[in-house]
Design a binder for this molecule. Structure first.
Ligand code: 13P
Ligand code: SF4
Length: 374
């Protein structure tokens, strides 16, 4: 049955015909609808999706891998079990006659919401009081952002990055201009730049609630990296002390984290990388008897822990409290059944459609990203 929160603001058709289905009923209907649609539909599933949805995905991956799947898919319908910005990317990168669908339109990303076109354009204007931003700053938006921000980067010769190509993208960006404005995730920007040898004192934090980001003209002129003060509400739960406690109990234990974690967590980890990197590294490198501590969302970690038991590897979750991505969690089997059965009936519900001008500008930045990606 769909959770009460995910029913509250839903269309009547969903509430009346799907919200009360049991997961088993929804499963059977998803499978039947997929069978009828055949290769007209592809279901993409991000690694943070809950098991009940994840098992229906034709392809799973991190943001970069799923963007590539969307760009290469021949299917008429791309059903994205993830969050809104991911479905927007699928729409931007796919052909014009393909349709991107998000099973629950309320599945957003709280980090993406920390930057919007209004406050980014204001930042650009305020920066222009100190220097000529189009001459000296490359804007980089993390893929966790709305399509209009990708379009903004397109207009200003900027680029998009994901957690698996941030180093290559930063290298490209510094090849264009001397400074970078990186939004919305300060942590990914800071850790990537630091790893590339940029000292912390050449990085400043842009507080989007303050005039001129809360910075002096001197601070802006001296900075190489201007980091937007955004963060992920899920990853902020992981702290350096969790790693210290783990290492006390498991001196030979191995720690792996997502780069949306804070700087201390990233620095104290043995490996840092995207969700796909985390899975690949544990699967390929973990040896029987080892214990791994993983700093990323709970659904991914629980599935990995279950899988690695067969190899006698213990996988632990980094935080003592439960931290799931509540917006990823909104996608449930009931919503998936609804969008798929609607397609069988010849009706598209929950289409994510980026306006044509944003699509063209966003596409150039995403394609540039795919070109520089490993
Ligand atoms: P990945 O691209 O590593 O899957 O990250 C997406 C995300 O939102 C992590 O919080
Ligand atoms: Fe956004 Fe954080 Fe959820 Fe990733 S885990 S989708 S960054 S809120």
């Amino acid at each position: 049955m769909a959770s009460p929160a995910s029913v509250m603001t839903q269309p009547n058709e969903f509430v009346q015909n799907y919200a009360l289905l049991t997961d088993e009923e929804a499963d059977a209907r998803i499978e039947a609808a997929k069978e009828k649609l055949g290769d007209r539909v592809v279901v993409l599933g991000h690694h943070y999706q809950r098991d009940e949805v994840f098992k229906h995905a034709d392809f799973s991956g991190d943001s970069l891998k799923l963007s590539r799947e969307a760009a290469n898919s021949a299917a008429e319908y791309i059903v994205f079990c993830g969050v809104h910005f991911m479905a927007e990317c699928a729409d931007i990168l796919s052909r014009d006659d393909q349709i991107a669908i998000l099973p629950d339109m309320a599945a957003g990303c709280s980090m993406a919401d920390m930057a919007n076109l209004r406050n980014v354009e204001r930042a650009w204007r305020e920066l222009s009081e100190v220097l000529d931003p189009d001459e000296s700053i490359t804007p980089i938006t993390y893929i966790n952002s709305a399509a209009d921000l990708k379009a903004f980067c397109g207009r200003h010769e900027g680029i998009v990055c994901t957690s698996s190509n941030s180093e290559q993208v930063l290298t490209w960006a510094f090849g264009q201009r001397e400074k970078v404005l990186f939004f919305p995730d300060q942590h990914l920007g800071r850790y990537t730049a630091w790893k590339m040898g940029i000292p912390l004192d050449e990085m400043v934090e842009w507080d989007f609630d303050k005039p001129q980001g809360g910075l002096t003209a001197e601070e802006i002129k001296n900075a190489k990296m201007i980091l937007w003060k955004g963060f992920c509400s899920v990853h902020q739960m992981f702290q350096g002390v969790h790693i210290d406690n783990f290492r006390k109990k498991n001196p030979d234990g191995i720690v792996i984290s997502h780069p949306e974690n804070n700087f201390e967590v990233c620095q104290k980890s043995d490996h840092v990388g995207s969700t796909e990197f985390i899975l690949k590294t544990v699967r390929e490198q973990a040896k029987a008897g080892e214990t791994w501590l993983v700093g990323t969302e709970l659904n991914l970690v629980s599935r990995l822990a279950q899988e690695m038991k067969a190899k006698d590897v213990t996988v632990e979750f980094m935080s003592p409290t439960v931290c799931m991505c509540s917006t990823m969690f909104r996608t449930d089997p009931q919503h998936l059944a609804w969008v798929l059965e609607s397609l069988v009936d010849g009706k598209v519900v929950n289409q994510v459609s980026v306006p044509a001008d944003e699509k063209a500008q966003g596409r150039s930045t995403l394609e540039r990203m795919l070109e520089v990606s490993p």
